[in-house]
Ligand binder design. Sequence first.
Ligand SMILES: Cc1cc2nc3c(=O)[nH]c(=O)nc-3n(C[C@H](O)[C@H](O)[C@H](O)COP(=O)(O)OP(=O)(O)OC[C@H]3O[C@@H](n4cnc5c(N)ncnc54)[C@H](O)[C@@H]3O)c2cc1C
Length: 666
Amino acid sequence: MGDTNYQALEFAYERPAELGRDDLAHHPVIVVGAGPVGLTSALDLARQGIPVLVLDDDFRLSTGSRAICFAKRTLDIWDRLDVGQRMVDKGVSWNVGKIFFRDEEIWRFDLLPDAGHRRPAFINLQQYYVEGYLQEAAAAHPNITLRWKHRVSGITQDETGATVTIETPDGSYRLRTDYLVACDGARSPIRKTLGVESHGRSFRDRFLIADIRMAADFPSERWFWFDPPFHPNQSVLLHRQPDNVWRVDFQLGWDADPVEEVKPERVLPRLRAVFGDTAEFTLEWVSIYTFSCLRMDDFRHGRILFAGDSAHGVSPFGARGANSGVQDAENLAWKLALVLRGHAPDALLDTYASEREYAADENLLNSTRATDFITPKSPVSKTFRNTVLRLAKTHDFARALVNSGRLSVPATLHGSPLNTPDTDAFAAGLVPGAVALDAPVTHAGTPDWLLHHLGDAFTLLVAGDAPALGTLTLPEGVTLRRVHIHPAGAAPASTVAATHLADSEGHVARRYAMQPGTVYLLRPDQHVAARWLNPTPQAVHAALARAVGLPADPMPDAASPRPADAQPAVKLAAETDATAHAAIAQAHANGRANPPATPPAPVRTTLGLAAPDDFYEALIDAHRDLAPEQSEGLNAALALLLANHIGDLDVIRDALARARAVALTA
Ligand SMILES: Cc1cc2nc3c(=O)[nH]c(=O)nc-3n(C[C@H](O)[C@H](O)[C@H](O)COP(=O)(O)OP(=O)(O)OC[C@H]3O[C@@H](n4cnc5c(N)ncnc54)[C@H](O)[C@@H]3O)c2cc1C
């Protein structure tokens, strides 16, 4: 397996048994697309016990490296799916990034300065390895069927499911499914079939990617150059990949000719300018890319759920494409499993859409801002950008403004209708909607990791023995595991069936702001649904019900048996759909809408200067003998320094509005 050439792998087409049959074979879930998102979806659904059919129109893995940076959260998800270790073993781990402006290093950052994490901030790994490892895990899973050269060409849907038309080399056939997960990539034929478009911004810039094979001993770090001498007025990004492959991204500008620029006679001199004339390397993959930041308005269309690039697209700065798609996959899997089993209302799937649309908006905002910083679109934005870079060398605050791509972190799902808002006072820890953090623990005397014990099912993470928690009655079909955290050396006293972990280095207590009696309710995707100090069983029951999209009713009396004529959960779901929809819409609005308007603190317009004439003289003096562009730089630096000194964004916004109004009268 270690010698597999994943770039050359081809998967056999098999004639489907359904060809030529009149009856419609039924599959609970069909996943369209065997890219990183489709394969992760399939693995997570299969882990939840759901049989999955994966259809892909191709028979190979990703061409060229494409994505290379896979974030800690993605690794945590893949760890849960038992494929993380392979990725990490092969990948190049990194935490540190360096920023250069022209020929100087201006800043070095560490994305994971905190000790006590199993996984690094990122690994670099060619997308074909990622897909190859996921494909092998999927092919080995008894719940997953993979079909290559099966192109989905049409879908119709009704109240009970969708009918999918599939083209194969032997002709077309149709299948019936309860739900279809569309992971069919940025061009998404399924999106087009439905006639829905993504909306957003396209950027008029071109980038050249050159993956080269070269023996070099640069450290495993992300290096980003603004305006370097070897590629003036543009940016360059360097990443190390496994197998001595290096990724170099050159910003080229919109006028670059995409056909000419990929020719070796154009690419090689650019690379020699970076690495020197004597460097020895071979070209692995060369490509030109442009990008857009956009998303579908709604990730759910009836029985069809869009995930990954089909639902949203971002610029590569920040590595948010595949990473956010993998989070889509994990958000959807447990919800689909509960709904398919009739243990949660169909409306739970609306929260897949609302939560991941919210996350996509965060990604789009970050990605758009990074792109604007890296490729300034006007002379004045370039002046500010370069001034920030110059200030960053010596001024701490300006480093926070340097944006070479805010690297992918998981979204905190603020405002989700599945969250139970805090009722107890927490000074720190993880708010409802946040994703669980890892920490070293000891399990039965053996070193282990906390995340290893969270996920797949709802889990109560309990500080100490929590005697008040008592016995819980659960919503039908919902399982709840208990993980108790004890200070290192303390013995558990509780007799409740639970996993007992020792907080070997104290990181759990710190990261979760644990004190005796603290309880977190974690979802199967490891997001926090609720947290309390010494909760009652009723509070936990209500939060659990809410987290599966049911009404957060008080817990039924644990002593009284369930009535013999109790309706199955799926019926209950139908009755509560309207309520759930209303709650979701409200929470969606809360999450999205502007925060309640507070009157802006206006900038002071009465005299505040101690010595007006002295100030004026100092202002003019500072500009003495400067060329016009230096004066512009001074004004930009002054604005940045004073803004940082003021700090209050309302005051700064008010000042900017007044300054702009004055400028417009000129
Ligand atoms: C140059 C570059 C660098 C990038 N770097 C990063 C990075 O470092 N980190 C990161 O997170 N992201 C990165 N990305 C983005 C990342 O590659 C994508 O986000 C990721 O591939 C999306 O995965 P997906 O599964 O949604 O779609 P895809 O990978 O596009 O897979 C879609 C699948 O659907 C199949 N398909 C399409 N139509 C049909 C049909 N009708 N029927 C059946 N099957 C169909 C296709 O064959 C394909 O296998 C980068 C992208 C580029 C271009």
